[in-house]
Ligand binder design. Sequence first.
Ligand SMILES: Cc1ncc(COP(=O)(O)O)c(C=O)c1O
Length: 413
Amino acid sequence: MFSFPVHHTFGPHATLSYTLRSLGLLFQPWKWRNGNEREHLRKALQQSFHGDVFLFSSGREALAALFRAIQLRSDEEVILQAYTCVVVPNAVHAYGGVPIYADVDGDTLNLDCADVERKITTRTRAIIAQHTFGIPANLPRLRKLCDERGILLIEDCAHVLPDDSASPIARTGDFSILSFGRDKAISGVAGGAVISRKSDVSNALKNAEDHAGELPRSVIARYLLYPRIYFKTRVLYVIGLGRACLALCKKLHLLIPIVTPEEKKGNMILRMRKLPNACAALALHSFERLPMINAHRRNLTRFYIEECTKHGWNVIPGVTEHLALQKFPLFFPNADRLRELLKRENIYLEDGWTGCVICPRGTATETLGYSPGIGPKAEGMCEKILSLPTHPTMSMKQAKRLVTALNDLTAKC
Ligand SMILES: Cc1ncc(COP(=O)(O)O)c(C=O)c1O
């Protein structure tokens, strides 16, 4: 029987309305770089998250701009967690800072606060609290720790944006970093922001944004094509032509990789670019639908929890049914094998967050200051993780198909 592919990465935000919006923008090139949408997005984020908002062409640039704005010195340390994306330590390195890795708490996949405390030194300048996959980090404890020691708290909200105005997420840090990447909490295909709650740093960030360059039009055009390509590719996967279509798009350089080979080696090109107005328009489109997107994520989270209970699959304590998860983490000793077998069912669960503590696989971990043994819990769990999608284009019907396939396979393997 024909079925749409289940996936993490085939245009997770590319719903019909999102794809139509991106196509509309594609045919209005005068709106690509400049227009009102960027200011509307800034204002909307400012109102929701109470801080000064500065927009850049990616979350990693926003983070690097922040390190420059706080004048991070070359001997200063930034504590971050061992299970993270390579672009995060790259941004610390970019201005000469030293990334110090703390292990994860196995209950939440977030910073283990006891290990953070052990790793604080007189050179610690900041702690990055990543809300991994939308599971809240221990903000009260990290805030207290930072206040007591005069350390800056940076929230990495790439994976989550709350729709509830009482949520402490994206409101507790001295700074919050947002990403509008293609698979993040909200999406502009690309883009990022810093929310600053320190006025002296805000001045430096304003200067950084004002002096940022523009992305080439050819890059903006490819970002706008991205939802259209995947909207079509998902249909082609139904008749077995999806892979060929993607290969062709890659050959024609229509798809821009999320992480470049240079970034995987631990290098970040230090260049700040403005958030293109077209990406801001798409991020705004997403942000206006945040309550709906998060309600959808919560529904799928609830469904997966119920199914896990039924099938005896262990759910980590940090995952609860009121969370709008960016993806739902599960653990199986043979996760790689299961992912491979699921492909035969048109189910693609590779998301770049498996088999690595600095993701994706194949990053130069030693160059990035990570040596085996620093984060034993992170090293153990990343081998066993198998995450289930919760994104806007993942339907409940697909979730049911996925759970059935997973159950059949775990019974056999
Ligand atoms: C946890 C985390 N933080 C920050 C980023 C940076 O976001 P961007 O892709 O917009 O640079 C990413 C993703 O790439 C991420 O996964």
